[in-house]
Design a protein around this ligand. Sequence first.
Ligand code: SAH
Length: 651
Amino acid sequence: MSIRVIARQSCLSQLQVKEAMARYPEIDYHLETLPSYGDQHQHISLLDGEAPADMFTRELDDALISGRADIAIHSAKDLPYPLDEKLEVIALFPPFDQSDSLVSRDHQTLAQLPAGSTVGTSSPLRRRELLTLRPDLRIVGIRGCIEERVRQVRDGEIYAAIVATCALKRLGMEADISEVLPFETHPLQGYLAITALRGRDDLKVLFLRDDVLHRQGHVTLAGFGPGDPELLTVKAVNALRRADIIFYDDLIGKAYLDTLKAEKVYVGKRSGQHHAEQDDINRLLLRAAREGREVVRLKGGDPMVFGHAGEEIEYLQSNLVSVSVIPGITTASAMAAATKVSLTHRGISSSVALVNGHAAQPVVPDTDTLVYYMGGSRLTQIGESLLADGWPASTPVLLVHNASLSDEQMLETTVGELSPLTSLDIPTPVIALVGDVARLRHQTASTIRRTLYTGLVCNDPNYIHTPLIEIEAVNYSIPSHERYDYLLFTSRYAVKHWKGSLRGRIVSIGPSTTHALRNVGAEQVEQTEKDDSYGVIDYFSRQPRGRVLIPRSNLALDIIPDGLRSLGFDVETLIIYNNVYPHHVRRVNLANIQRVVFTSPSTIDNFVKTYGDLPSHIEYVTRGSITAFHLQSRQENEKIQNIQKGPGHTG
Ligand code: SAH
């Protein structure tokens, strides 16, 4: 039987095929070559991250998938990650040399290159390494086959180029090497990979002899849980017992680790220099796996929650190491167990977010319960973010230090009191739970009432404040004071937006409007006895007739002007501000709201606009008789609509 091999058209590719197949003189093969997408599009730079991942394999992949070829031979570094799921790498051959070499004019070394010389490379890794040693060089993208790159140096188009040493050797071009560089190179540099359709075990066995893939160790990412070793899963324990080497983090019980025979390597991160260290950890894991060792990467809690697991999985898999993950008990679960506060509870919380509390400005997701990890040094900012997002200051917060361990500590506080807390009050590591579920420690579920307040200014720290109204200034021409005898203010916002003088008799609808008027310097303010429209009309019925000016909003109703006119007053209204639907509305989950406070008819309309209807499980509270009347008529309307829709549409 003859195997059909496919490879790229370059000279180097064909040498790679020869090199790989020379390992198996017993295998009869036929080679077909194709120009790949990358070969045909020489202008695409590999330096700016815009090149498609499969630019060097696409055509070869297609040939395998369509059955035109049995295997493809690639530089392993050129394989896209992830690989097309129909394909797999069936064999991997290590290089005889993994280094990079400098090819330069007059065989100058890197140190000898004149300042500002142009150096060509196609990889961001090499660019970084180059600039570390020689920040004064000018790095340019370079493409084309190896021979082409070397020719550009010979012809003086660029001063120097960085090329893989093994490529130069394969091509018999050792003489062009000016210097072998001390660079850290791509982990797959120089490796050759054979790909084939997934499941072609018949082909795999053919190449088993020199393949290093099947001799590599496997990496298991395992969760240690919150600290108590009894909270380890059986599966994690089995993996730990089998392991040759264990890389572990902070917050992992040393005493338990000592019971395991494997080599133990601490790779915990001190806050501050995460990045470099993550790269180092990645390399350590890869090296151990390549040595054929069974590797366990042990992380606190669950590896997939704030554990950098994604980075390690990607690094290892893209370098062709197999990885599996064993979940662990995440701290949120452990703290719920420790405090006996359920993260979710019917009628109180139907959503939970796991949040990074270490961000400069911790985010506040739109869920009923929030759990902040890594927030020990950011409690102030977390408190500020929550208040700014409209969380009631009275919302309970639970802080737990060392959940599940013998020295576990708990602190109960509130959103409003978070700011002044420090690590003196509770040490790190600490996890913070925010939400009304924490009230369950002291209250029964049926007595917890969550109230939504829809007005502009909320003074009750127990209310969830989500304004359903916004005020916008409008341009208007200021009327002269000779045009009216009475100036009637029916809201403090009218006072705020009034730009005219405060002459004539000034009438206010109620205490907060009066207060606002006093604040802007009005001395003689007459306040109606009752603070609603009927109170105003009643008040005027006892005053001498005259001209009334009412500065007000675009949405104000005509009850007052009509009422005053029927009493014989001469009434003029003037729109001085607009009452609009807010630009940003925070929608809460109404399933867990027991009560809503409406402060004006427009808050009711905007509530329906936001949530679709007026759910019947909610108790509605209104401010003012007009608002109450508006609510009633909307509710009547809704009932009629439900009847019209027919049976089965009652919710
Ligand atoms: N992967 C882990 C989280 C890692 S982030 C998990 O799933 O739990 C580290 C953060 O977890 C710490 O800053 C702290 O907020 C929290 N944490 C971990 N163990 C903890 C414990 N025993 N008690 C309290 N908080 C803990």
